[in-house]
Design a protein around this ligand. Sequence first.
Ligand code: GDG
Length: 480
Amino acid sequence: MTSPAQADLVIVANRLPVDRVTAPDGSPAWRRSPGGLVTALEPVMRAEDGAWIGWPGSSDDDDFEPFVEDGLSLIPVPMSAQEVEEFYEGFSNGTLWPLYHDLVAKPEFHREWWESYVAVNQRFADKAAQVAADGATVWVQDYQLQLVPQMLRQQRPDLRIGFYLHIPFPPAELFSQLPWRRQILEGLLGADLIGFQLPGAAANFVRLVRSRVGHKTHRDTIYLPDGRPVKATAFPISIDTAGFEELARSEGVERRAKEIREALGDPRCIFLGVDRLDYTKGIYSRLRAFGELIRDGKLDLEDAVFVQVATPSRERVEQYRILRDDIERLVGGINGDHGRIGRPAISYLHTSHPREEMAALYRAADIMVVTPFRDGMNLVAKEYVACRFDNDGALVLSEFAGAAAELRQAWLVNPYDIDGMKAMLLEAFAADSKERGRRMRAMRKTVLQHDVAKWAEDFLRDLEAVPEHHDKSVRRPRAK
Ligand code: GDG
């Protein structure tokens, strides 16, 4: 294992890929945390034997020594309770998250949140500067850390710095609302390569840099005044497709999928939703559409049930608490009006599950319903496809998920159009196995060819290929 002080590949992400938990005997322990980022990056980390810098997820822990967990070299960055509130819940999730997701909720702008964002980004950059070996590659992840590339480059001009944005990058009209828009753009420009989920997001960024910062641009390259090029390109993220398929094929998962179907009363059709409980995911509208189909007699409870897994997320942010209440009231109403003893219309689970259980749910589900109002990619859609080695099952997918650009054979819906969504749910319900197979085979081909290993390989290869700064003296080894 490479010692953290000389890692050649350093991942910098808001969270470590583990959570601090208390074991039943009261001792502290670590547990793998769910979420798109962890799922996507873990295989890369293992393959490259790198170090991962991130916040361990609790503010009252005073043990911040680097450690190795399950073969991963992890370097914790501390955060005070006030910083969790202002940097994480505040600026990251109360300002940037809604602003970058089409204003699905109203972003709040507070100067003290911004100050906290700057301070925490500086701490991450300082840590990366300590850990990276001479000439190392540092790959900074996501919207919480957009200032890190520039802060890091100021201290360590010898590094190759990449940045990847997992969420959408908004059009200029929306981004321009941000009082600190210029600082964010300049922060990102510290990188050699900035990756986005879709070409449209990369184009939004290049256009903004040209108009707001005034740098010269040509196609996907920005030229800084000192001649250093910065590339902004799309790298659609993916999943460990083979790993998911293998899990789905295992005897345990197969048995569990059968159990799930039986527990639901062996209906003809199981609809499934799996999301973090987030207002961007369109959970409320999709359940409403399903509830109306039952109410209108278009679907019968003997034929169709809905399973919604809503993983707890950002529970201290008010908008998330309100959303949870709204969804739970809706589910209660639909089940109260239409459910029968032992047969609720919607089985709603506000809990986190092991990967095996997720695979079993994907195997058990006839129709996977993924209807975000805006989503960078959406890995759940790809995971469902990966698990359907039988070439069966239907995917209903929002056209506003990044995944829709690749999974063109899904039943595509506009999640703002409830009637349209109802019609598409019925269409998927009525599709025969030939039609389902035709679509699923095409989607599986895409997901098998473009997995997360390829995503990381493409990004890291392009990062190495960005031409060096014309002034070679800048990429000198760090003074010892
Ligand atoms: C962000 C962007 C982008 C969920 N619940 C459990 C669980 N999960 C796993 C899923 C999936 C991941 O979490 C969720 O990924 P998504 O892509 O669907 O959504 P976000 O969390 O919003 O991710 C998104 C992604 O970053 C990657 O770039 O696609 O657009 O918003 O892998 O399976 N996993 C387990 N138990 C759960 O209860 N084990």
